[in-house]
Design a protein around this ligand. Structure first.
Ligand code: ATR
Length: 276
C-alpha cells in the first residue's frame, strides 16, 4: 500500500495532522505521504482541482471548509449529511465520498479515559452550539445518555441543534447564567467553543463555582493543553478530559477509512503531548 493523503484548510501551517498520520503509517508499516494544501478562501476551487489532479486516496478537511467542501463531493455518508459537515474524504475509482469523524472521535477519546461515564443516569451539559458542538451533540445523543443539555451565548443558535436530537433524549437549552447555577446537577460538561484558546489563555467560558466533585469536565481546546477552564475544574475536584485526544481519535477514524486498519492511538498520545 502507498497512501497519498492530505489536509485542506486555512491556516494549517502548524497542523499536527501530517505528524499523526505519519505515525499511523509507520505503525502499520505502509508507505505514504500526508501533505498540507493550505488554501486561502479565494483559491479554494483551484486547490480542490489540485487535489483531484494529485489523485489522493483521501484527505481531511478542516476550518473553514468543512461545509464548503460538500458541493464538490460525489457522495455523503449519512452521519456527515445529518451533521452538515465533512472532515474526511475517501476517493474510490475517482469518486469522492465525505465522512465526519469528529463526533465519533470525540466519544472514543472520552471513553478511553472514562468508560463508565456513558450511562443513562449521567447528565451531560454541552457549552457552545457551533460546528464542533453539532458533531459532539449528535455523537452524544446516540450514546447511553438520556439528558444532554446545551448552553450557548446565543440561545437561538442552540435551538438549531435540536434537529439532531433522538427520541429517548431530553435536551434543555440554557443561558450561561442558568447553566452556572445548575452546574451541580451535571456529571459531564463539554466545552466546545474556542474560548480559552491561545493567545486568549486567561478566558474561561463559564464559572465553575457550583461544580460537583468528580464531575468530568472536557475542553476541546488543545492549545494550551491545559486550558484555564480545565485548571479551574481540577482545582474544584473535577476530573478532566483534554482536547488533543479528540484530535488524535478523529484522525484514527479518518485513517481507518483510508487504510481499512484500526491503528492503536494510545502510544502516540504521549509524543503528541510533547509536540503541543
Ligand atoms: P466551530 O465550528 O469551531 O464550533 P462556530 O461555528 O463559529 O465555530 O461556533 C462558535 C461557538 O463558540 C458558538 O457556540 C459561539 O457562540 P454564539 O453562538 O453565541 O456565537 C461560541 N463562542 C465564540 N466566542 C465566544 C465567546 N467569546 N463567548 C461565548 N461564546 C463564544
Amino acid at each position: 500500500m502507498d497512501l497519498k493523503l492530505g489536509l485542506i484548510g486555512y491556516p494549517i501551517k502548524h497542523s499536527l495532522s501530517p505528524w499523526i498520520h505519519q505515525q499511523f503509517m509507520d505503525t502499520l508499516g505502509v508507505e505514504g505521504r500526508y501533505d498540507l494544501y493550505e488554501s486561502p478562501p479565494e483559491q479554494l476551487g483551484e486547490t480542490i482541482n489540485q487535489l483531484r489532479d494529485q489523485q489522493l486516496d483521501g484527505f481531511n478537511i478542516t476550518v473553514p471548509y468543512k461545509q464548503k467542501i460538500i458541493p464538490y463531493l460525489d457522495e455523503l455518508d449519512s452521519d456527515a449529511k445529518e451533521i452538515g459537515a465533512v472532515n474526511t474524504v475517501v476517493q474510490t475509482n475517482g469518486k469522492w465520498k465525505g465522512y465526519n469523524t469528529d463526533g465519533a472521535g470525540y466519544v472514543r477519546s472520552v471513553k478511553q479515559s472514562y468508560p463508565n461515564l456513558f450511562a443513562p443516569n449521567h447528565r451531560v451539559l454541552i457549552l457552545g452550539a457551533g460546528g464542533a458542538a453539532r458533531g459532539i451533540y449528535r455523537a452524544l445523543v446516540h450514546e447511553a445518555f438520556t439528558t444532554v443539555d446545551i448552553a450557548n451565548r446565543t440561545l437561538e443558535r442552540a435551538d438549531d441543534l435540536l434537529d439532531l436530537k433522538t427520541e429517548d433524549v431530553t435536551t434543555n437549552i440554557l443561558s450561561f447564567k442558568d447553566a452556572e447555577q445548575a452546574l451541580s446537577k451535571y456529571d459531564f460538561i463539554v466545552q466546545t467553543t474556542s474560548v480559552g484558546m491561545k493567545p486568549n489563555v486567561e478566558d474561561q467560558i463559564i464559572s465553575l463555582e457550583q461544580l460537583k466533585p468528580n464531575t468530568i469536565v472536557s475542553d476541546i481546546v488543545y492549545q494550551p493543553l491545559l486550558t484555564s477552564f480545565l485548571k479551574d475544574a481540577k482545582q474544584r475536584g473535577g476530573l478532566i478530559h483534554q482536547g488533543h485526544t479528540m484530535l488524535l481519535y478523529q484522525a484514527q477514524l479518518a485513517f481507518r477509512h483510508w487504510s481499512g486498519a484500526s491503528v492503536p492511538a494510545q502510544d502516540i498520545l504521549i509524543e503528541l503531548e510533547k509536540r503541543l
